[in-house]
Every structure is written in structure tokens, then in C-alpha cells.
Ligand binder design. Structure first.
Ligand code: ATP
Length: 440
């Protein structure tokens, strides 16, 4: 048993099992034996993933007057991906192990086959990661479409539309949350790397002279987003890429890295992309993607700062860092110490017994709280077992309705982390919970 989750070699297995057992994340097409590297989010996972995305949207869009959101199409024509450079260069180096024939991404294996230990590989070939499909009933080049491998291009192709309709001017951003698809050579580590995943990206358009300053600003803000939502700084670090390792379009890239059970790895990337994207799309489409600054009487192509995060990958990091085993009343308990904003359920209402009077009051409590908090309701098993179930799925507050409630109109509020129990009048409950969650 350990209270230092990252020193537990079984952490990944424990979280993967918990995720399946409790309905966070299932293997997709499970009843057919599963479909490799695709996952379905169950009742708890769907809630939590929505919460991760909502927490991002709140800070990145809702609370800022200089960022607007869009929701662009997933299917796109080849022209977009030719201009963005994805058709030519969105590739990973694919090698085959000469001994066991497994396929690997050359840059991830340090010259040794992770399957059989052989050091003999075929020459690396560039493997394009985009999923290609046909749009419409006709086959052939004219019908080719691609599933987007990132959400970012939707922001660039809509730059002029958003500029014209939103009345924003640089510095301003366009944000989007949605599915992306990459035909990864070696998906794995649960939902860390999958072929279908969700991204949370924002393109921040700035006057070129301000790019460096905004790049630093967004690195700082994005790092602190994770800290603010409960990831211990011990498990986070920034990794700035050396100039020699940068992609051809990047003027600077810094990753927010997380200490996964297998070591430090990327959680999010923040890049200064210069004017690469807008210039590429201007040249290819013939539409000038520029900004005309009336006060300076000058036309320019804005530079772009891009914080690009994975929603599904972030959810996994939040689960890993929230997983703890501690001791309560001489028993080991598993507890997910999730921030209340991310927890699948924020409140569980638990009538002490199935007596109709208690269930009746419990329904009233639910009706009062459910518009403001995600609530679970559980009447099965002993109250101790029910507390453990809620601890294990990260519910911050359990509300127990007992026989005294019928006399004094008060319920017991139990705190997940301290296990402390407090009596609170039902009419004060909403305010009490708002206070506990810092909303008042
Ligand atoms: P890598 O080099 O590890 O393949 P990348 O640097 O190409 O990843 P980006 O293109 O910067 O990744 O994507 C931005 C973010 O999207 C990543 O930081 C990650 O959180 C998420 N992401 C990218 N690919 C995947 C994937 N296959 N599965 C889950 N999340 C992903």
C-alpha cells in the first residue's frame, strides 16, 4: 500500500481495472473481443470527460473576451491537408522487426524490439497517420476525404469567417474541442495513445512582435490549469524543445509533461507556429488570411500561439494522479481524490435504509441538488460499503439521510478526503455544498 501513487509499479493496471470495473472506460466492441486501441466511455467516464472539457472551455473561452469557440467538421478535403503539410509530412518512421515481424515507430524504441529484444529492423519508411476515406457514393480521387488528425486546421480555415463575424482583432484566439484521428503505429498505455481521441486546442493570433511574450504567457497558463485542477507539481514539468528538434514551422515548442507510470511523457504541447499556417492556406486557397490594422494602416499575417491538449489523455492523467490507497478505520480504501469539478458525481445521496419515509426525503434532497451538482443515488448495501464505493469513484460528498432526519430535518455530509461527517439542515444543504466547493 502506498500513498505515493507514482512509485506503485501497478498503478496503470489498477487505474485501468478500476476504470473498467466502475464504468469509466470500456474496451470498445467488448462483446466482439474488443477493437484494438479504441475505447468507449461509460456512465462515469462520459461524465468525467465532459467535466475535463468543460473545465478547459471555461478557462479558455467562457472567462475570456479575447477567445471564441468553434465546432468544425471532422471530414475534410485533400486541399486542406495538402496546404497544412499533413499529406506530405504527417508521418512517423515505421520499421519492421526482422525477427518477430512486429511493427514499431522507430523513434520510440531506441533500436531494440520491445517484443523480442532483436536489434535487426527493416529500413524506416514514412507512414502517413491520416485516415483516408471516401465521401459520397463515387470512388476515385474526387471523392477522397480525410478524418482530421488535429482540430487546429478548422481554426485556420475559418480565420476569415471568424474575423468578419466576431469583431475580434489580434491578439485573439479561436478554440475548439473535438475528436481527432491518427492511425498510430503503436497505440497503447490505455488511453494515452489511441487512434481516435479528443483534443482541446486553441489558436491565438497575435501581432508578430508580441508572439514570444504570448508564447510564454500560454505556457504558464496551461501549466497552471493542471495544477489548479489538482495535479501535484511533483508530477508536472515543462520541457522546452531544443531549436534543432523543432518542426520546420515552429519557432518554439514547450511540452507540459506528466510523470506517467512509465516515466515523463507529453500531456500538452504549446507552440509558436509563426505565420506558417495562415500563409500556407492563403497561398493555397487564394484567400488572403491577414489582418488589416486600421490604426496603424498596415496589413499583416498574424503569428499563432497554439496550446494543444488531449482531453482523453488529460482525463487519464487526472485519474492517475487522483488514485490513492489509504487507511480508514483499519481498512485499506481506494480513493480517487479528484477535484470536485472533474468528479463524475459530485454528490451521492444515500438513504440509510430502503424505508419509504427515508427514500421520500432523499428524493426531495436530490431534487434540490441535482440542478447544481451531478448526483448519484444509492440504496443498496451497508452505508460503510456505499461510502467506499463513492470514494473509489471520487465522489467528494456523501449525504446520508437517516431516521434522525425525520425528526430534525438534518442530514449527514461526509467529506471524501477527511471522512469527516457534519450534520447540516436540509434547507442549508445547497449553500453548505457551495461553500465547500468554493462557489461562495
Ligand atoms: P506524439 O509525438 O506523442 O505522437 P504529438 O506531439 O504529435 O504527439 P500533438 O500533435 O502536439 O501530439 O497533439 C496535441 C495533444 O493531443 C497531445 O499533447 C496529446 O495530449 C493529444 N494527442 C495526440 N495524439 C494522441 C493520441 N494518439 N491519443 C491521445 N491523445 C493524443
Amino acid at each position: 500500500m502506498s500513498d505515493a501513487p507514482h512509485q506503485d509499479p501497478d498503478l496503470l493496471d489498477k487505474v485501468t481495472n478500476l476504470a473498467k470495473r466502475r464504468g469509466f472506460i470500456f474496451q470498445s466492441a467488448d462483446i466482439y473481443g474488443g477493437f484494438r486501441s479504441t475505447y468507449d466511455y461509460g456512465p462515469l467516464g462520459a461524465n468525467m470527460l465532459r467535466n475535463v472539457k468543460a473545465a478547459w472551455w471555461q478557462v479558455m473561452v467562457q472567462q475570456r473576451m479575447d477567445v471564441v469557440g468553434i465546432d468544425a467538421a471532422i471530414l475534410g478535403p485533400p486541399a486542406v491537408w495538402a496546404a497544412s503539410g499533413h499529406l506530405a509530412t504527417f508521418t512517423d518512421p515505421l520499421v519492421d522487426c526482422r525477427k518477430c515481424k512486429e511493427r514499431w515507430r522507430e523513434d520510440k524504441i531506441n533500436g531494440v524490439c520491445p517484443n523480442c529484444g532483436s536489434k535487426e529492423f527493416t529500413e524506416a519508411r514514412a507512414f502517413n497517420l491520416m485516415f483516408k476515406t471516401q465521401a459520397g457514393p463515387v470512388e476515385g480521387e474526387g471523392a477522397t476525404a480525410y478524418l482530421r488528425p488535429e482540430t487546429a486546421q478548422g481554426m485556420f480555415t475559418n480565420f476569415a469567417n471568424v474575423l468578419a463575424t466576431s469583431r475580434k482583432k489580434p491578439p485573439f484566439g479561436i478554440a475548439q474541442v473535438g475528436k481527432s484521428f491518427r492511425n498510430e503505429i503503436t497505440p497503447g498505455n490505455f488511453v494515452f495513445r489511441t487512434r481516435e481521441f479528443e483534443q482541446m486546442e486553441m489558436e491565438f493570433f497575435v501581432p508578430p512582435a508580441e508572439a514570444e511574450q504570448w508564447y510564454r504567457y500560454w505556457i504558464d497558463l496551461r501549466y497552471n490549469w493542471y495544477v489548479n485542477l489538482g495535479i501535484d507539481q511533483e508530477f508536472l514539468r515543462l520541457h522546452e524543445h531544443a531549436k534543432a528538434d523543432l518542426s520546420h514551422y515552429s519557432l518554439g515548442t514547450t511540452d507540459v509533461e506528466f510523470l506517467y507510470p512509465w516515466g515523463w511523457d507529453e500531456l500538452e504541447g504549446i507552440a509558436n507556429r509563426g505565420d506558417y499556417d495562415l500563409t500556407q492556406h492563403s497561398n493555397a486557397s487564394g484567400v488572403r488570411l491577414e489582418y488589416f490594422d486600421q490604426t496603424e494602416n498596415e496589413r499583416y499575417t498574424p503569428y499563432v500561439i497554439e496550446p494543444a491538449a488531449g482531453a482523453t489523455r488529460a482525463m487519464m492523467a487526472f485519474l492517475l494522479s487522483a488514485y490513492h490507497e489509504d487507511e480508514v478505520e483499519g481498512e485499506t480504501r481506494v480513493v480517487l481524490r479528484l477535484d470536485w469539478r472533474l468528479a463524475p458525481y459530485q454528490v451521492a445521496v444515500l438513504p440509510l435504509s430502503k424505508k419509504p419515509e427515508l427514500e421520500g426525503v432523499s428524493q426531495k434532497v436530490l431534487e434540490a441538488l441535482a440542478p447544481y451538482f451531478a448526483c448519484d443515488y444509492d440504496v443498496t448495501q451497508s452505508i460503510g460499503k456505499r461510502y467506499r464505493r463513492q470514494d473509489e469513484i471520487g465522489t467528494p460528498f456523501c449525504i446520508t439521510v437517516d431516521f434522525d432526519t425525520l425528526e430534525d430535518g438534518a442530514v449527514t455530509v461526509r467529506d471524501r478526503d477527511t471522512t469527516e461527517q457534519t450534520r447540516v439542515k436540509i434547507e442549508d444543504l445547497l449553500n453548505d455544498l457551495r461553500q465547500r466547493t468554493g462557489q461562495k
